[in-house]
Design a protein around this ligand. Structure first.
Ligand SMILES: [Zn+2]
Length: 323
């Protein structure tokens, strides 16, 4: 009864998620110390880089909230340089409804696609555009940026970053997660915060990386987020290294070839996908109305397949393994 399980126009109904993580009241973190809500900055008084740890770019990705709150709750202070901790889209986060747990990703705009001057300086308005405009100087002030995310499906954690040596060197040195999704041509479906300003320039001065920590609502994703955040800060000298950290696993790198954006309500995969499925060159991956999405290379590996058909949003990322 495959047809009934996956009729045209519908993606397979995902299993009901387990909510090991749920939102907590963030009102105690609203009043920051830089004049922008939910932004907290700590100066060491010593020379060193300015590192920004950013959570909740997407409102239902709770692991970053746990990691950012962990830093604040434990009274983190940088050994050198400056640390800024931000909760980005608290407005969307506060709309979380367990009956519709994927809806609170954003209110109107995807906060991680509007970091171009075209959007930020443009005439449109939305909660996300207002927040991005508020956060713009916070991002611009940072030398290094860790933007913490999670995935709708339960897949292994991975980095996402523009294909600059400064990013890959940092990710390799940090060592966890072991999987890298490298973007030679950017994301292709908008401008994420890790491509804003100097982070998007080949001559930029610092690392700007997303970490996808696992499934949105799993406790393990929050554990990854806390661990990667501490390792990121230690890499840049703001925290000490933990002697208990194991040596990094060998990295597996994928190069983003294409970001497929959903064009019609009939977008569907040829089989249920959660991410990291591999397709041979020319093999059909999905159809979107009259369009066929076929693997452009051998060992084409897909990432972040859409769990629901929403026209205008990303359907799937097509990549090829680099090593
Ligand atoms: Zn996200």
């Amino acid at each position: 009864m495959t047809e009934n399980q996956n009729p045209p126009g519908k993606l397979p109904a995902p299993a009901a998620p387990a909510f090991e993580l749920l939102p907590r009241d963030l009102s105690a973190y609203r009043q920051g110390n830089v004049g922008i809500d939910y932004v907290h900055r700590f100066e060491s008084g010593r020379p060193g880089p300015h590192v920004l740890i950013n959570a909740l770019t997407h409102g239902n990705e709770f692991c970053g909230m746990v990691a950012a709150a962990h830093l604040l709750d434990t009274g983190v202070r940088p050994l050198i340089g400056t640390l800024t901790v931000s909760f980005a889209n608290v407005a969307a986060y506060e709309t979380f409804d367990p009956a519709q747990p994927f809806e609170s990703r954003q209110l109107l705009h995807n906060l991680n696609r509007i970091w171009s001057s075209e959007w930020l300086d443009g005439p449109e308005d939305s909660p996300e555009l207002r927040r991005a405009r508020e956060l713009r100087p916070v991002v611009a002030a940072a030398d290094h940026l860790l933007d913490i995310h999670s995935t709708s499906q339960d897949v292994e954690p991975f980095w996402v970053y523009p294909a600059f040596a400064r990013n890959s060197e940092a990710a390799l040195a940090i060592g966890r997660p072991a999987v890298h999704l490298v973007m030679p041509g950017g994301l292709g479906s908008g401008t994420p915060v890790i491509q804003h300003g100097h982070f998007g320039e080949a001559s930029g001065r610092g690392a700007g990386m997303v970490v996808e920590c696992g499934q949105h609502f799993l406790r393990a994703s929050a554990d990854v987020a806390i661990d990667v955040t501490r390792r990121f800060l230690a890499h840049f000298g703001l925290l000490g290294h933990d002697p208990a950290w194991a040596a990094p696993e060998s990295a597996r790198c994928f190069e983003l070839l294409q970001t497929v954006v959903i064009k019609t309500p009939d977008f569907r995969f040829v089989r249920p996908c959660i991410g990291f499925e591999v397709f041979a060159q020319g093999e059909l991956i999905a159809t979107d109305g009259p369009d066929e999405i076929r693997a452009p290379c051998d060992d084409c590996t897909i990432l972040m397949p859409a769990r629901a058909t929403i026209v205008g949003r990303e359907g799937v990322y097509l990549s090829r393994p680099l090593r």
